[in-house]
Design a protein around this ligand. Sequence first.
Ligand code: COA
Length: 145
Amino acid sequence: MNARPIESRDVEPMLEIQSASPEVAQWTAWDYQRVAHGEMAGWVVEENGELAGFLVARRVANDIEILNFAVRPETRRCGIGGTLLRLAMEWGTQQGAEKALLEVRASNFAALQFYERRGFQVVGRRPRYYVSPIEDALLLSTDMR
Ligand SMILES: CC(C)(COP(=O)(O)OP(=O)(O)OC[C@H]1O[C@@H](n2cnc3c(N)ncnc32)[C@H](O)[C@@H]1OP(=O)(O)O)[C@@H](O)C(=O)NCCC(=O)NCCS
């Protein structure tokens, strides 16, 4: 497993993983180019030379926010998501952030299990936050360690 910051060459494979992950925000190639150009923080994990997952985050006031995060369906539950989240949390600590925040679809059981096992707690609910399909978002948060 090789983890590194997002580069421009990752945009196409990230779009592929996104297409296979209807749970996540569906970003454009331009959105991911902005990450590659350093406007947001982001990391990928490669497995056998292929992109296996990515995570994008940003600093918001005293917190970090996880904006988009997905692992290729065939390589889930192998620790890739955990590696990406650890990189984001280390970055947040370096940034002096106090909390990490994110939104997740209320029906996204796998992600809720993933985050709750890593110390995140549900701290709010945003009704009808998502479209296609319309669904509430749960707001999750954890203190930086
Ligand atoms: C959430 C996600 C990024 C986790 O990535 P991952 O590489 O599978 O994560 P890891 O292998 O590091 O951790 C797996 C752990 O998460 C939890 N988990 C993940 N998928 C689960 C599922 N389908 N059912 C129950 N628990 C699950 C479990 O605690 C699991 O540990 P276990 O396999 O020992 O039981 C991945 O499931 C994904 O890409 N989902 C679709 C996109 C998404 O929901 N993104 C998050 C939106 S905010």
